[in-house]
Design a protein around this ligand. Structure first.
Ligand code: PLP
Length: 398
């Protein structure tokens, strides 16, 4: 309606949430829909984390927390960054929020003036460009394809930089491609950033633990630019805590203070109970994370083999996260059994939902129309059945 603000009218609906909703609607009609659209682990939060939350309630951690989070949680985050990533921060540089999503939004709103540019490699996580729009900034995209494993080169980065560039924003491991930048690849990008001291780097590391090629490499390890890096991370993916809403940033003190101020006028500190549980999650180690990663690695191979068995679909082997981003443009221009033409990746995702009863997400919402995203955070059994349905549905396009 016209009475809504231009700001909200300029935003798109989250495509991943929309496909999940459509899938649920079909399921409510009694149809067996397999969801490969949602970005969340299919595991339960580890028991010791749940116990910590119960204890937090019994101990009456039920009141407002400090806006940037309990000092004990921020200290646990500082310790984690030191022990796992070799990075030095102190608690004045940590701001806890209601998930990495809010952290990203806080950072963009605290750094971007209208018209300033945010450089985003495609494909990117759906919300990045919308958050930039909300802040009245301008997204500048660097296109990548499956041939370069969806990674940008230093030359591409250099070419995208203008006097208005303010932020470079990326995720590694990447949602939606699963690509992981190696230390050498990051070092090559850092050389470019060294020449442009006014650009900040948002490093979204929410998938750091779901990495099949070795240890996580953060771009904040490069001292020459560390002060300009804002690490965004959280508990959703590592500890299967998507519903708890717990994320954070690590940044220079000025940016951290600005995020604290932003949050102080919008959401305040995040859920006290989730924060207490977060302390336990970080203090008690990563055993549950390793078990989850093992399952993801097995499923990755399963889906890789099955995707390679579908004519017209081209895929790489993702190095992290729990997504595939196969190329599907060979189906554009074909018709479904009712005669509707598949024009783009969203059409294909809708076709797969309505005819194959599997929920995926069109690549167009991630900035690359020739692909679709499949999440393999589902049981082995469901994955096998989903890929069987996908193969069959795609074979019915003429
Ligand atoms: N960043 C990326 C790349 C994601 O995929 C997601 C969740 O899907 C988030 C951030 C948000 O995570 P959170 O649940 O912590 O808000």
């Amino acid at each position: 309606p016209s009475y809504l603000s231009d700001r909200i009218n300029s935003l798109s609906e989250s495509a991943t949430l929309k496909m999940t909703k459509l899938g649920r609607e079909l399921a409510a009609k009694g149809i067996n829909v397999i969801s490969l659209s949602v970005g969340e682990p299919d595991f339960n939060t580890p028991d010791h984390v749940k116990e910590a939350a119960k204890k937090a309630l019994d101990d009456n951690f039920t009141r407002y927390s400090p806006v940037p989070g309990y000092p004990e949680l921020r200290q646990a985050i500082v310790n984690k960054l030191k022990n796992e990533n070799g990075l030095d921060y102190d608690i004045s540089q940590i701001v806890v929020s209601t998930g990495a999503k809010q952290s990203l939004s806080n950072v963009i709103l605290t750094l971007i003036n209208p018209g300033e540019e945010v450089i985003i490699p495609t494909p990117y996580w759906v919300s990045y460009s919308e958050m930039v729009t909300l802040a009245e900034g301008k997204s500048v995209f660097i296109d990548t394809t499956i041939e370069s494993d969806f990674k940008i080169t230093p030359e591409q980065l250099e070419a995208a930089i203008t006097p208005k560039s303010k932020i470079f924003m990326f995720s590694s491991p990447c949602n939606p491609t699963g690509s992981v930048y190696s230390k050498d690849e990051l070092a090559a990008l850092v050389k470019v950033f060294e020449k442009h001291p006014n650009i900040f780097i948002i490093s979204d590391e929410i998938y750091e633990h779901i990495n099949f090629v070795g240890k996580h490499e953060s771009i904040a390890q490069f001292e020459s630019i560390k002060d300009r890096v804002i690490i965004v991370n959280g508990f959703s993916k590592a500890f299967a805590m998507t519903g708890w809403r717990l994320g954070y940033i690590a940044a220079n003190r000025e940016i951290a203070a600005a995020n604290d101020k932003m949050q102080g006028q919008t959401t305040s500190g995040t859920c006290s109970i989730a924060q207490r549980a977060g302390i336990t999650a970080y203090e008690q180690g990563l055993d549950s994370v390793y078990a989850m990663k093992e399952a993801f690695e097995r499923r990755r191979q399963l889906v890789y083999d099955l995707l390679n068995d579908i004519p017209g679909v081209k895929t790489n082997l993702p190095e992290g996260a729990f997504y595939f981003f196969p190329e599907i443009s060979s189906f554009f221009g074909k018709k479904d059994p009712e005669g509707n033409v598949i024009k783009d990746s969203s059409d294909l995702a809708l076709y797969l939902l309505n005819h194959g009863h599997i929920a995926t997400v069109g690549g167009d919402s991630f900035g690359n129309n020739n692909y679709i995203r499949l999440s393999y955070a589902a049981s082995d059994e469901n994955l096998k059945e989903a890929l069987r349905r996908m193969k069959e549905a795609l074979a019915n396009l003429v």
